[in-house]
Design a protein around this ligand. Sequence first.
Ligand SMILES: [Fe+2]
Length: 213
Amino acid sequence: MAKSGLGQAGQATAIKLVEVQRIDRSGVSSIIRAITQDGCCIIKDFTDTETLKKANEEVRPYLKQINLGRAIYFPQRPDDLTSHFVDKTTSVYYGETKHTYTSEAICSIGITFDIGTGGKAQRLHRDDKNFHVDHEDQTKMGYRVGLDVMMAVTVPGVKTTYENRETLAIPGRHLWGSDRAPKAEEAILAEMETGDAWVMLGGLYHAGGANII
Ligand SMILES: [Fe+2]
């Protein structure tokens, strides 16, 4: 299917690319497989219309008051996914006794954002830059659980479309080493219905699209 991607200056370019996998929230093992392969997927029916309506109503007064983009809404933590991809178990010796500990993922940030008309597209980037991650190339050996330090979950308050700044991403580019640059023409759109959620590894190249409504 022909999709519109992100041009050099954020303009649309007609390109033919793979689709982001869309998987129902009950298929946890399928979701894990999709994220291992692509670095991302869309979780269908992640939440329900009532919850979304309530969240939109709660944040609306704040979005009206502020310059858009302050922390307000904390999405539900998808435990099965973060425990698979982010939790880490390591061992250390105390004297001659070996101790094993598991560090569980924490919710380090929760934000609400509303990109108004005319909002520019972001450049493709990796969110785990905030944690100083230096990616080794995994394209040959395959994805290795334990190297990722974060995941992101986005629950759109409205149906996302090309026009209203849906997420762009390059599935599979979570495997690249730090020395490879993402190409804008490879980015595809992740259109979502209300109630869906976007989930991705911190190492996946992605960007917020422009709002051209
Ligand atoms: Fe980002």
